[in-house]
Design a protein around this ligand. Structure first.
Ligand code: SF4
Length: 398
């Protein structure tokens, strides 16, 4: 239902912000993926989508969170963030995912957006710090979308996120964004406690009524110091989440993002195919947010992130070994293999708690998005087209 989504976007988003989204993210993002493909042929892997956790602190205490949110505060300085973006831009990147902790606790977040009007940022947030004043600043910057996490209705949210009235505060932030005509998404880590409530059409209709423009359903990954395996989805539920996304993006006037399947419904891992890697609040360069091991930092090579990433033996070994082992998530399916990769590369634990190896050892192998023989292809022509050309295995699985 893209025409009705387009109509809704034109009516509810600031025209300047729509232009920035279309040009900085849509057009330039597409060029950066094309460049990534060309570089791949020369054996260089520099992800067009870098995800940067800019701060470890957070006001919430979510079940299963792998970030050391209660550890002494660590954040990437404005100077380092700026240098990272400048260097990545030189190599064609224009998109940056901003994570935390809670990114709005970083004092220089807006300054970073303003310093790079030619880029596009996606901010993963719980929404609690977004007042009308903050939303107005985001609107002025013009080059960011907020992706606000909602983990269930009132009761489920409070339990999942360790505070009272969490949903209320989140919805206040969300409404401030909508009022200020910002492109606004809702992200959910689907797990046992919110599956019934949120993987349903009524919830999507409610998001549309609120004015939300896109939804992103992740599936819960039991990792970190308190993994809560009882919250993990069964293979049937993961398949149901995929089927639901394909169906909703075909029928509803809302965008639906997923990052684990290509146009034909084949599973993939964004880190194994090299389209995305992660930077921790301490500046460590990690394969993905839940793999908290690294050998390199954003300050290596005088801040030349391109050189550091393209020459990283750990990242290269990770990508090759992960893609050879599974099209799904190596962390969930093969934690012992991940431990081997980490150890043979001498990678260090990037957490504050310094127990990441013990956590890997304690993990049991479980299912992930890979479900051979049950692939669900995209139904909508535009998603099929976009995924076919800009989001696929990039030869990693051949
Ligand atoms: S390793 Fe797992 S969590 Fe990390 S990017 Fe791949 S599929 Fe996602």
């Amino acid at each position: 239902m893209l025409p009705s989504l387009a109509y809704r976007m034109v009516r509810t988003v600031d025209a300047r912000l729509l232009w920035k989204f279309s040009y900085n993210f849509g057009f330039k993002g597409m060029l950066s993926v094309q460049r990534f493909k060309r570089e791949l042929k020369k054996g260089k892997v520099f992800p067009p989508f870098l995800y940067v956790s800019i701060i470890n602190s957070c006001n919430l205490r979510c079940q299963g969170c792998w970030v050391d949110v209660a550890a002494p505060q660590a954040m990437i300085s404005f100077e380092d963030l700026n240098r990272l973006v400048v260097n990545a831009k030189k190599h064609g990147n224009t998109f940056f995912g901003i994570l935390g902790g809670e990114p709005f606790m970083h004092p220089d977040l807006i300054r970073l957006l303003e310093a790079h009007p030619d880029c596009y940022f996606q901010i993963f947030t719980n929404g609690h710090f977004i007042t009308d004043e903050v939303a107005a600043k985001l609107r002025r910057a013009g080059n960011a979308t907020v992706l606000i996490s909602i983990e269930g209705r009132e009761i489920a949210s409070d339990i999942r996120r360790g505070r009272k009235r969490v949903l209320n505060h989140t919805v206040n932030g969300l409404q401030a964004c909508i009022r200020n005509r910002i492109i606004t998404g809702v992200a959910t880590s689907v797990c046992q406690s919110n599956f019934e409530e949120l993987v349903r059409e009524e919830w999507v209709d409610e998001l549309i009524q609120w004015g939300v423009h896109y939804a992103w359903f992740h599936t819960y990954r039991p990792v970190g110091p308190d993994p809560r395996p009882e919250l993990a989805l069964t293979p049937e539920q993961v398949l149901a989440v995929r089927r639901f996304g394909v169906e909703m993006r075909n029928r509803k006037s809302i965008g639906f993002v997923d990052a684990y399947w290509d146009d034909k419904g084949n599973a993939l891992c964004p880190a194994a195919v090299g389209i995305s890697h992660h930077i921790s609040p301490w500046g460590d360069i990690e394969p993905c947010p839940i793999i908290q091991f690294a050998n390199e930092s954003i300050t290596d090579n005088d801040g030349d992130i391109y050189k550091t990433m393209t020459e990283s033996r750990l990242l290269e070994d990770f990508r090759k070994s992960a893609a050879k082992a599974t099209r799904g998530c190596i962390v969930l399916e093969r934690p012992a293999l991940l431990k081997e990769i980490v150890e043979r590369n001498g990678a260090h634990d990037t957490t504050a708690r310094k127990q990441a190896i013990a956590e890997l050892e304690a993990m049991e192998s479980r299912n992930s998005q890979y479900n051979l023989g049950n692939e669900i292809p995209e139904k909508h022509w535009l998603y099929r087209f976009a995924k076919k050309y800009w989001f696929f295995g990039f030869g990693a699985y051949t």
